[in-house]
Design a binder for this molecule. Structure first.
Ligand code: NDP
Length: 293
């Protein structure tokens, strides 16, 4: 089926995703900072909407890729009575399960579908079109959503009902946060003992403690001192908060995630809204008085 896709949110991950969408479907974009939308349209050949209502009036599928579920709700409310029966909202935001269920219920009352579709794989995965896409929703809406996410996906998994994909994404990112914290602390101690970061990482990455953090993020960003900015620490802090709520709501122990929330909350306060998630290790280095290299 030929879709008219309206894409909202051309940020660090939204923009490279939208490139694939615009190549596969007739696409209209809207971005809070209008200049980014105009530049995207010039470079990628998409149309630009003046506001979210104009975008929703034109599209049959709307995709959102904004920081939080609160931002998605604001967009849904701003369109208000202009939503039409049969339209589908695919939310790529790393959002909150409860908020997504409420948005889905509101839209369902007007005959629209909602699928939470958070992604994993980072900005490089988005550029390559190889993201892992988790889908939460009813089969009749997940089916068309599969077709629209396919151009930027390496793997697409229907996780369960609305909200479950957002829950899975949050738990994944809590694991990422815990790994950053634990690997940063452990490596700082080893460097103080005179072990080079390279030696420590070579051994860990051939052993049971390895992770994406030790295999990729620390070698590429910390040891090189390049500290690339691709995924804001503020967004990871938000994700750990979502994961903590998922654990609390399901009555599961949450000591590790609770501690990560404290540490990343403090890191966000110290490093600001624009710092990258891996820069949390700068705070560990500062406290330890050592550089991991
Ligand atoms: P960015 O901060 O880079 O971009 C955010 C986007 O949302 C921008 O287009 C911004 O517009 C827009 N925006 C911000 N606030 C609002 C608002 N109140 N109303 C409407 N639009 C708004 O974030 P990312 O692109 O990195 O992340 C987007 C989502 O994807 C987040 O939920 C994040 O957790 C998730 N994610 C990010 C990954 C990454 O590697 N970066 C990986 C996987 C998931 P403006 O241009 O005006 O700032």
């Amino acid at each position: 089926m030929a879709h008219k896709v309206g894409f909202i949110g051309l940020g660090a991950i939204g923009r490279p995703i939208a490139v694939h969408v615009a190549r596969a479907f007739e696409t209209m974009v809207w971005n809070r900072t209008a200049q980014r939308a105009r530049q995207f349209a010039d470079e990628e050949g998409a149309a630009v909407a003046d506001d979210v209502t104009a975008l929703a009036e034109w599209a049959d599928v709307v995709m959102t890729c904004v920081p939080t579920s609160a931002n998605v709700r604001e967009i849904v409310e701003a369109v208000g009575g202009a939503w039409r029966e049969g339209q589908l909202l695919i939310d790529l935001t790393s959002g909150e399960p409860g908020a997504s269920r409420a948005i889905a219920e509101w839209l369902a009352g007007r005959g629209l579908g909602f699928v939470d579709a958070p992604v994993s794989g980072g900005t490089s995965g988005a550029e390559a079109g190889t993201l892992t896409v988790m889908l939460g929703g009813e089969e009749r809406w997940v089916e068309p959503a599969r077709e629209v996410v396919a151009p930027f996906a390496g793997m697409v998994v229907h996780v369960g009902p609305v909200g479950t994909a957002h829950a899975l994404k949050a738990i994944n990112n809590a694991l990422l946060a815990i790994n950053i914290q634990a690997a940063g602390e452990g490596l700082a101690a080893l460097v103080k003992l005179g072990v080079s970061a390279k030696t420590a990482l070579d051994v860990i990455n051939a052993s049971s403690g390895r992770s994406n953090v030790t295999e990729n993020l620390i070698p590429e960003r910390v040891v090189t001192r390049a500290w690339q900015r691709t995924f804001r620490l503020a967004l990871l802090d938000k994700d750990v908060g979502v994961a903590l709520k998922v654990l609390q709501d399901t009555g599961v122990p949450h000591a590790a995630t609770g501690l990560a929330k404290e540490v990343f909350g403090a890191g966000r306060a110290a490093l600001g809204e624009e710092a990258d998630h891996v820069e949390l290790i700068k705070e560990i280095e500062r406290a330890a008085g050592v550089e991991i290299r």
